[in-house]
Design a binder for this molecule. Structure first.
Ligand SMILES: Nc1ncnc2c1ncn2[C@@H]1O[C@H](COP(=O)(O)OP(=O)(O)O)[C@@H](O)[C@H]1O
Ligand SMILES: [Mg+2]
Length: 360
């Protein structure tokens, strides 16, 4: 177990700034997810922590010790790669035991430790097989088992579940969270899947174009996104973002040729929102009601489609040129007329300025 501190980490590949002044601290036993779209610098950040990649500038500290110039083997980190990186010609026993073998552990001891960890991961019966004879989920457990026998201080995961089908992914997600609870590992977990980050992490670090947009607990990020990027990246379906203007006591939603007014009475408007100013209104699908009659604070739309998902339903409504998604916690989408009215939950609105930053 270990604490990690990253200071002003920067890495370029030619003209591409892969990681730009990233700073981050993690306490002992913390599970941190690096979350962001493909190409935002997650893997590069992880590889710098592991020592596989050297930063251009900045430093990495594990347990207070500057490891920036140390090779991977001197950092005591275990990395689980996206493709598991198992040795195809070796048995599962030898794959898991490899870090112990490198350390010169006697075979008996190696076998004992591997068997114990493998049993915990429910792959104890597969030790004589080779990776090619295992399912994707089992291979993933082998890769994790290899990291666990390593007894590393820090676990680094690079999208370890992305090759699994949906059901196995959920199982593996629960297992990793359980493992972290049991063993109390310090882990950095890279993913582009916001649901996975929400489910696993104590802290989420949202990245875009090599920079950190926001870091916080899953709930902080969901409830208080700092900009439209984070707002629309977290949550499924994503937050609806509507271009608006405020004037007098009304908000004008500008999604088409003719703006629609809705009353701003009863809304807690941010102080930074001046009269006559343009802004983006953010509202999550779970915070919109669909009405069949107009109300003072509603806007009009036409029903686009409904989707019954079982346990919840989505209603998608066209307002001007924009589609707005509403999430209902009902087994079945209700029958709706073609013309509907949307009312936003006043307690759950977000206001963003023209630069996309949240207004306070
Ligand atoms: N070895 C490399 N050579 C050149 N460019 C790279 C290399 N590794 C990563 N990059 C670039 O750096 C950026 C960040 O990549 P990466 O860290 O792999 O992103 P992510 O893991 O978030 O998808 C991307 O633009 C990628 O093309
Ligand atoms: Mg990557």
């Amino acid at each position: 177990m270990a604490s990690i501190e990253i200071r002003n980490l920067r890495k370029t590949f030619g003209k591409v700034v892969a990681v730009n002044e990233v700073s981050l601290s993690m306490t002992d036993g913390e599970f941190v997810a690096l979350l962001g779209p493909s190409g935002c610098g997650k893997t590069t950040t992880l590889r710098m922590i592991s020592g596989l990649e050297m930063p251009d500038s900045g430093s990495i500290h594990i347990n207070g010790k500057d490891v920036t110039s140390l090779p991977p083997r001197s950092r005591d980190v275990a990395m689980v790669f996206q493709d598991y990186a198992l040795y195809p010609h070796m048995t599962i026993l030898d794959n898991i035991g490899y870090p112990l073998k490198v350390r010169g552990a006697p075979h008996n001891e190696l076998k004992e430790q591997v068997t114990s960890v493998a049993n915990n991961l429910q792959i104890g019966g597969l030790l004589a097989r080779r990776p090619g004879q295992l399912s994707g989920g089992q291979q993933q457990r082998v890769a994790v088992a290899r990291a666990v026998v390593h007894h590393a201080q820090v676990f680094l995961f690079d999208e370890p579940l992305s090759n699994l089908d949906a059901k196995l992914r959920l199982e593996a997600r629960a297992f990793l969270k359980h493992l972290q609870r049991e063993v109390g590992i310090t882990a950095v977990y890279v993913t582009h899947d916001q649901a996975e980050a929400m489910a696993l992490a104590d802290k989420i670090v949202v990245m875009k174009d090599g920079s950190i947009m926001q870091a916080g607990t899953p709930l902080e990020i969901y409830r208080h996104p700092v900009n439209t990027f984070v707002a629309s990246f977290i949550g499924n379906p994503p937050m609806n973002l509507l271009p608006c203007e405020i004037n007098g006591g009304s908000i004008y939603v500008q999604t088409g040729d003719s703006p629609q007014a809705m009353s701003a009475a009863g809304l807690r408007l941010p102080a930074a929102l001046a009269k006559g100013s343009q802004f983006t209104l953010g509202v999550r699908p779970e915070h919109i009601r669909v009405l069949t009659e107009p109300a003072a604070d509603s806007i009009k739309g036409t029903l686009y489609v409904t989707q019954t998902l079982g346990g919840e339903a989505l209603v998608i409504v066209r307002v001007g040129e924009q589609l707005i998604t509403i999430r209902l916690f009902e087994d079945e989408a209700p029958p709706l007329p073609n013309e509907v009215y949307l009312s936003f939950d006043a307690d759950h609105l977000f206001f963003f300025g023209p630069d996309g930053q949240v207004l306070r």
